[in-house]
Design a protein around this ligand. Structure first.
Ligand SMILES: Cc1cc2nc3c(=O)[nH]c(=O)nc-3n(C[C@H](O)[C@H](O)[C@H](O)COP(=O)(O)O)c2cc1C
Length: 187
């Protein structure tokens, strides 16, 4: 699949077929994650793969915005012992976000569905995930990627909007789209 086409095709899938995802496919997704760019090449990411039904069930129960029937969940974490030192440490969020996006795009390209569920900085998500998965204090779960074969289809699309694009500098007086329309649906 063409890369641009794959990027447009990636959508949040919230209904999954009752079909497991093979381990070698999960490894392929993790290799894509670990190919992401990372500040100062720190690679602060770590991945916890959950494919046991009991654990997935508990995880779903703990997170009200993650009650999806995917057969696999990949928890993408930032390890502060690996992260950039000093004020740039917070770049772990960007590094791990890039890794997550790589998983989403790679999965789409091989016919899998995914949804990114945010954890950090929402403490009510971070805390139960850390407890359930025995995550130490210097490791923070940024998000969970649910992965599986899709049982729903969504149209490929981009939400490109010229009003969000400035050339050569910002125009503070330009009317911003988010002020014109109410925000609805998932965040
Ligand atoms: C940081 C982040 C956190 C998200 N958290 C959730 C979540 O908790 N539950 C959920 O169903 N979707 C979540 N999503 C998915 C968004 O709802 C989704 O990307 C958005 O509605 C746009 O739809 P699309 O992914 O199909 O393009 C999250 C996405 C991001 C980037």
């Amino acid at each position: 699949m063409d890369v641009i086409e794959t990027i447009y095709k990636r959508r949040s899938i919230r209904k999954y077929a009752n079909k497991p995802v093979e381990k070698d496919i999960i490894i392929t997704l993790l290799k894509a994650a670990a190919a992401a760019p990372t500040a100062a090449n720190c690679q602060p990411w770590e991945f916890i793969v959950i494919d046991e039904v009991e654990k997935l069930t508990v995880l779903r129960e703990k997170l009200i915005f993650a009650r999806y029937n995917a057969p696999v969940a990949i928890v993408v974490c930032g390890n502060m012992k690996l992260a950039f030192k000093g004020p740039a440490r917070e770049m772990w969020v960007q590094d791990c976000s890039a890794a997550i996006e790589n998983i989403l795009i790679a999965a789409t390209s091989i016919g899998l569905g995914t949804v990114w569920v945010g954890a950090y900085p929402i403490e009510s998500n971070v805390k139960p995930i850390k407890k359930l998965l025995d995550i130490p204090d210097y490791v923070t779960p940024l998000g969970i990627v649910f992965v599986g074969y899709p049982a729903e289809t969504k149209e490929a699309r981009t939400r490109f909007d010229e009003k969000r694009v400035y050339w050569q500098g910002y125009e503070p007086n330009r009317k911003h789209r988010s002020k014109d329309k109410p925000i609805t649906g998932h965040y």
